[in-house]
Design a protein. Sequence first.
Length: 544
Amino acid sequence: MSSEEKKPAGTSTSVDSKDVQQDYDNPGEPIVGQTYSLQRNFKARHIQMICLGGCIGSGLFIATGKSLRYGGAPGMLIGYTVICTMALAVMSTMSEATVLWPTTGSFMDHAARFVDPAMGFAIGICEYIAWMTIVAAEGAVFNIIIGYWTDKVPVAAAMTIYLFVVFLIHTLPNSWFAEFEFVTAALKIVAVIILILVCIAIASGAGPTGSTDHAANYKSLPAFPYGFKGVCAVFPLAAWATGGQEIMGITAGEAHMPRWDMPRAFNSLFVRILFIYLSSVSFITVLVNYTDPLLLGTSSVAASPFVIAMKHAGISVLPDLLNVVIILGLCAIGAESLYISSRVQTAMAGMGMMPKIFGRVDKKGRPIWSLLCTMALSAMMTYINCSSTGGVVFTWFSSIASTVYFMAWMVISVTNWQMRKALKVQNDPALELPYAVQSPWYPLASVYLFIMSTLMLALTGYSSMMPVGTEGINVTNFFETFLGVPIFVVAYFGYKLVYRTNFINPAEADLQTGRRPLTEDDIAMLDKYYAQSLGKRALSYFHF
């Protein structure tokens, strides 16, 4: 479990969760000059499935190839294990504030109210840019995957097809976006399960040209082909593959019943981390040699390590089906990234940090001006890829996003400390109330997350300044990779200088705006849920 939930004594009732899930408005994000607001129409099944499979995409299917080549099998396992433990720490640390104040601004809003408005602005700007670059990066990979079948499709045409699908999803009501993400996440999870089963079969010698002579990475090849530098290069790629926990906080602003929906989504992350990522990575290290020329590189054919393993086993049909799933996944992550960046812009407008027009929402619950602005900027970034090779652009964009991940995780840690301090100083019993969501690992999780995020940021800087396979210092590569850091610094001190902000005094921190106290019906429904056996509660996660 990701969080500890305090349960009151008492008898259960016959109240059903569907009867008490209600729509809320979105206080805490006052939007000036509009009639409509973001709608809370994301149900538990939507958020749970999005958090379980929404971020599965190019990071797992393709970036794992570059991770294997740079880090070797042990280095890849080390990198992914470290990042996965950090992702779990993010989940545990972020859960408390997200359930108490489930605003669309999420940890940016929390940083502004508990730490410093300038910090909320700085990380908001970084998140906004990072998620737009992810839209562009997925478009670059889309073109690479199309090239697996044919090289006759112009790059610009492939980008246009990708953007058309991504933008089309957001012209529909939010409920359609939620259903699209639900279906695509479910398909990706099924695909990963099939892949793992296929990997087991290949390891056992299945396939026309199958063999049981695997694990050369562990038996005959050097363990760390590029030494410490290679392991450092794995960390940002692993963050690219497993990151994106922020979406859980963003979707809280449109969750039907945050206290019910969000803890279940947090708990689902354990499955994604332990089963999907670590299992997949382990099989990749066994079935594909890091010397394989088909692994993604600047001068080699771009392909998924899963596809490579099936090619070597002589399996001809599944690689094509997998590529179809990857293409669908790329469109889903593109739509998801556009969703996050537009909501970040909307939230910042509501917090007075961006022009008011970006806070306007239409009657279908869509932040129309934020969407249009984000679409335009994302399209511009995507078409820039037409002038560069897909592999180079993919690595460049993924590294930018990864540094922002680490900075966001540092902010989440600091915010958690300040939130706890504010609750204590103001004698607020929020974390002691019935069914309060409280991290069982506090303060270890937040301390670990802050220290490791700082370390990962430093190691990413080291690996970008002295890239794998080169000698000496590469200043250009360093600034390309570390672009997120100066953006954060300039945004933070610029906002602080202009608006003369101060660090928030815990005794004066706002603990009420956007807060979601439990109703009697909520408690009755939770009483009924926790009165069930552990087995029935576990099975409820599969009831969609």
